[in-house]
Design a protein around this ligand. Structure first.
Ligand code: SF4
Length: 471
């Protein structure tokens, strides 16, 4: 095949490089190649190639002008694999895999049928041309499209005749892109000595690549706007983190992320941008899923699943203390938004949660922010102090509670704090801000002490602790 440099991941391209060496000696020569001045150009091109892929500007690479140039291109690919393997940074590997595969896809779109058949066969998926169509065995199809199992990619929507699936050229090329990504992300393990040498030689370049990968991800996240992920439940935060690490999320998890973001007012395009922060972002399949789920193409907008559905689908990673008080992830988000309420509303809700006890003046003047200069004290000393103190306490008791006001709930937590300077634990005022309550629950579960900034207050004739900050 001509133009093998366009598809350096094919076994045939590797065989071409091997021809430059006595049979079977390429692997043993790799260490030498890292120093050989003859291959300086290929090494530099490898770094350039990786930088271009991470920064998503593959078009800047240009094309080889003669046969020797083509050889350098293929060798540069080999060096780039060594660098990626030694570096072992998932983000960089995934960005490079996705961007290189997209480049290959663009080339494949312009290829003759014979080349498509050859490339497919080289990639381990034998394909037969039937008229304008391509025929592939259904098992090979299923393996190749395992990350595309929605809509038209479902086997039931394709139709299987005699164990074969028919694809048009565009679909075949798209399927090949999937195989290429997988291949590119599957890196060989380097022998210890070789790996060490690659790390030494390219350490500065690797650092640079990691910075670029981070910038690419941050750029995509920044464009998402004002959404506050700090209020999101563990099921959202965990899957978002996985997505950005390049973990291939199962469909129910993607469905949940999409419906959750839609419910928070995010437009399909903004949701696409979030998915685009993932190293393995697959534009067309993600667009299809997002537009379908958000109702942009189907007209039917799906609701965010409840906790019980998410638990049964394996999407819930196991909740925290606030999860035990809610039955829907959106209730979690809303409850966490307590901190955004105006101070007057916060004080009113605190008072309602405390069943209205205490005089009106206490609630009206209750501070809501911790001063930065609160002095450290024991709990006994803090109870005698006039102002806030920082105290390391144990959480002796913690429980989530609900107070129904009209047809709405105030979700709050009740806690008792103690240290060894007091005879008995002291009850805290209701904790309506869960970013304060959650670390207390965490400390209680682990039996750890936690630093709180608190103010002693009197409710009737009882001492209470008003928690202003935790940690
Ligand atoms: S309990 Fe509900 S909100 Fe909490 S992590 Fe599980 S699914 Fe998410």
């Amino acid at each position: 095949m001509r133009d093998l440099w366009r598809y350096p991941f094919l076994p045939a391209a590797h065989a071409e490089i091997e021809k430059m060496y006595p049979r079977g000696q390429l692997e043993s020569q790799l260490e030498k190649l890292l120093d050989d001045p003859l291959y300086g150009e290929a090494r530099a091109l490898a770094v350039e190639r990786l930088n271009a892929a991470v920064a998503d500007r593959m078009e800047s690479l240009g094309t080889p002008v003669d046969e020797r140039d083509e050889e350098m291109y293929m060798l540069s690919y080999l060096f780039s694999r060594l660098i990626l393997s030694a570096q072992a940074d998932t983000k960089v590997i995934n960005w490079v895999g996705v961007t290189e595969a997209l480049r290959a896809e663009r080339s494949l779109k312009g290829e003759e049928t014979s080349t498509l058949l050859y490339v497919s066969e080289q990639l381990g998926v034998p394909v037969k041309a039937v008229g304008e169509q391509f025929q592939v065995h259904y098992t090979a199809y299923l393996t190749a499209t395992k990350n595309l199992r929605t809509g038209k990619w479902k086997l039931v929507n394709r139709g299987v005749v005699d164990g074969k699936v028919m694809l048009d050229q565009r679909t075949l090329v798209r399927m090949l892109r999937e195989i290429v990504v997988e291949h590119l992300q599957d890196l060989p393990e380097l022998p210890g000595k070789l790996g060490k040498k690659v790390l030494e030689r390219f350490s500065n370049d690797m650092e640079n690549m990691q910075v670029m990968a981070k910038e690419r991800q941050e750029r995509a996240l920044r464009e998402l706007g004002q959404l506050d992920f700090g209020k999101a439940p563990p099921c959202f935060s965990g899957h978002l983190a996985d997505l950005q690490e390049g973990v291939n999320l199962p469909h129910p998890a993607r469905f949940f992320l999409t419906t959750f973001l839609t419910a928070l007012g995010q437009e399909p395009e903004q949701i696409m941008q979030l998915y685009a922060t993932a190293p393995d972002f697959k534009e067309s399949v993600t667009r299809y899923q997002v537009e379908h789920i958000t109702g942009k193409v189907s007209g039917a907008e799906y609701d965010t699943p409840s906790c019980s559905s998410l638990i049964s689908q394996g999407v819930c990673p196991g909740g925290n203390a606030l999860c035990r008080e809610i039955i829907h992830p959106l209730s979690y988000y809303r409850t966490m938004a307590e901190r955004e309420k105006p101070d007057g509303v916060k004080r009113k809700r605190l008072r309602l949660a405390a069943a209205g006890s205490g005089d009106a003046k206490l609630w009206a003047q209750l501070p809501l922010k911790a001063p930065a200069d609160a002095p450290p004290r024991s709990l006994a000393a803090a109870l005698r102090a006039d102002g806030p103190s920082r105290v390391a306490v144990q959480v002796e008791y913690f429980r989530g509670k609900r107070t129904k006001i009209d047809d709405k709930y105030i979700r709050w937590a009740s806690a008792r704090l103690v240290d060894d300077t007091v005879a008995r634990s002291v009850e805290a005022l209701p904790l309506t801000q869960w970013e304060l309550a959650l670390p207390l629950a965490h400390a209680r579960e682990r039996g750890e002490s936690v630093e709180v900034t608190l103010l002693p207050v009197k409710l009737g004739n009882q001492s209470r602790l008003h928690v202003l900050a935790v940690g």
